[in-house]
Design a protein around this ligand. Structure first.
Ligand SMILES: Nc1ncnc2c1ncn2[C@@H]1O[C@H](COP(=O)(O)OP(=O)(O)OP(=O)(O)O)[C@@H](O)[C@H]1O
Length: 540
């Protein structure tokens, strides 16, 4: 832990709200909408920084470290007077929730970056995203997947300490699922890259690396990749195979700042569908997912000496990162946040839109080199990270809208039935009494007819069946509401009658007292009067 700076007051601020997950009841009763928002106020993107060690190239060229760690999640940059635009400034301090210094291990990143909470949220039905950002050669791919040769051998050593965050997250995810034996999970995964503004399926690249279309889904209100291959992953090995296959197919190149430079942005997504039986026997389905995004590094083409194909790649990388930068800058500015955000200007921002400002929870790992020669890029990355910290998004659980509606209606029907039964019991109304009394809804008989619904397989129902079910529950709901108000009307009527009877009673008793107090009345007259009063009292 000596190599990790934690600002403990802040680390879990983001997660504090998220830890108080509402019960399913709260989520369902909030609305019949497809999405429920148990969190308020809005939550920020969690930003952590990882500083890699000086690499052999930097050491050979006597390129010393310009980064210091004063503690409390701070990063101190020194020797800034030579950096363009920083004249007169010698040092600069940036603060973050967590800073991993060069000696931090891959396991430290799993334990202290907040990724474990992100995985837990994905299991709960949220859309979670972890992305690495930084200049070329700053350690993004190392952080997410480990060193380049890890997947080159025939057999991957699963105990290697070099494995990155993705591999470790898979292990953590499977351990988590094993602990929840009462929930049925289905896992799928996809892996794509955005290379020169083309989306390529890394699990099904084809010979010509055919580009896939990015389209807008009206239903889910987000962008998606058409015809992207998703692989069923029953076992941990299946997920690991997805990672290996994608890494093998990914576009790498080399330039003077990184021998094994990623020339594309990649998004590996694990889709987690869960089915859980609630206490009332109803099954609910939730669809969470976690995206691992490895961005290609921004680069100064002069420094990387890029030309030809590498230069074209660099231009495309820089362009899409610039759009990402605009989006982050707009989203972090409270005045611009609600205006136009240029997501549509690049495929990368289209696919990250939901993670940045939508309904997801997001972790950004900003990677930097400590080298003096990288100070300009380091400042730029840290500024980017500071801006991202200000972005607020609204995490929500994604549920099937029809299922949510049916469950909500069914819940309401049950509550109304209970209330009505209670009222009936309180009023001691028999079916006959109701029939002869104030007009009560005739739909009562119909309401008690049980509906044969297989709630275990709600999600597999035909659309038309679901529509019928929604109609049925809506009708039952309306009829119950009608009956409910009628029962309340009967109750009010009876209360009023009772009051009238009491008042008449009091009046007659008073009369009786008055009559009894008259001494001169003839006994025969008294008898007749008493008889009449008793008769009237009896009939009340
Ligand atoms: N924390 C670290 N510890 C040890 N070596 C590291 C660390 N981070 C990065 N490296 C090494 O630094 C080199 C560059 O790292 P990496 O390829 O991950 O950078 P990158 O940011 O993904 O670059 P690019 O954007 O060009 O793909 C690699 O040789 C990698 O193994």
């Amino acid at each position: 832990m000596s190599n990790l700076y934690l600002n403990c007051d802040n680390v879990y601020i983001l997660w504090k709200g998220l830890q108080t997950l509402s019960s399913y009841n709260d989520i369902l009763s909030s609305s019949a909408d497809s999405k429920s928002d148990p969190y308020s106020p809005e939550d920020n993107i969690n930003v952590v920084v990882r500083v890699r060690p000086l690499c052999s190239r930097e050491e050979k060229s006597n390129d010393g470290s310009a980064v210091d760690f004063p503690g409390n999640g701070q990063i101190l940059l020194t020797g800034l007077s030579d950096v363009p635009g920083m004249k007169g400034t010698k040092t600069k301090v940036f603060s973050y929730n967590v800073v991993f210094e060069p000696g931090a291990t891959q396991e430290d990143v799993l334990q202290y970056s907040g990724i474990t909470r992100l995985i837990e949220m994905a299991v709960e039905g949220f859309c979670a995203t972890a992305f690495c950002y930084g200049q070329t050669g700053s350690g993004k791919t190392h952080t997410l997947t480990g060193p380049p040769n890890l997947f080159k051998g025939k057999k991957v050593n699963i105990n290697s300490p070099d494995h990155g965050l993705i591999f470790r997250s898979f292990l953590y995810l499977f351990r988590l699922l094993q602990d929840r034996s009462n929930v049925h999970f289905v896992l799928k995964a996809s892996f794509l890259e955005i290379y020169n503004e083309k989306v390529i399926d890394l699990l099904n690249p084809g010979n010509a690396k055919k580009s896939l279309a990015v389209r807008w889904s009206k239903k889910s209100q987000r962008f998606f990749v058409e015809n992207l291959f998703t692989v069923d992953c029953e076992e941990l090995d299946d997920l690991l195979a997805v990672l290996e296959e994608g890494m093998r197919n990914r576009a790498f190149g080399s330039h003077s700042m990184n021998d094994h430079s990623s020339r594309s942005h990649t998004i590996l997504t694990v889709y987690i569908t869960s089915e859980q039986q609630m206490e009332n026997g109803v099954y609910i389905t939730k669809q969470g997912k976690i995206n691992f995004v490895d961005l290609a590094g921004s680069e100064m083409t002069k420094k990387t000496h890029s030309e030809g194909k590498t230069l074209e790649e660099a231009n495309n990388i820089n362009k899409s990162l610039m759009v990402l930068g605009y989006c982050i800058a707009s989203l972090s500015d409270s005045k611009k946040r609600n205006g136009h955000i240029p997501y549509r200007d690049s495929k990368l921002t289209k696919l990250l839109a939901d993670s940045l400002a939508g309904s997801g929870v997001t972790l950004m790992i900003a990677c930097i080199s400590p080298a003096r020669s990288s100070l300009t890029e380091t400042i730029s990355t840290l500024r980017y990270a500071s801006r991202a910290k200000k972005i607020r998004n609204k995490p929500i659980i994604v549920m099937d809208p029809r299922e949510a509606l049916i469950i909500s209606l069914k819940r309401e029907v049950e509550a109304l039935q209970n209330e009505n039964n209670h009222l009936r019991a309180a009023l001691r109304l028999s079916a006959d009494a109701i029939a002869n009394g104030p007009s009560l809804s005739a739909s009562r008989v119909h309401l008690n007819t049980p509906l044969k619904v297989d709630f275990d397989h709600l999600s597999q129902m035909e659309k038309s069946e679901m529509v019928e079910l929604v109609k049925h529950y809506s009708n039952e709901n309306n009829a119950l509401r009608k009956e409910n108000s009628e029962l309340f009307a009967v109750r009010d009527l009876l209360i009023r009658d009772q009051e009238l009877v009491c008042r008449e009673n009091e009046r007659l008793l008073k009369k009786l007292e008055d009559v009894n107090s008259l001494p001169n009345q003839a006994p025969e007259t008294m008898k007749i009067l008493n008889k009449a009063l008793v008769h009237r009292l009896k009939n009340l």
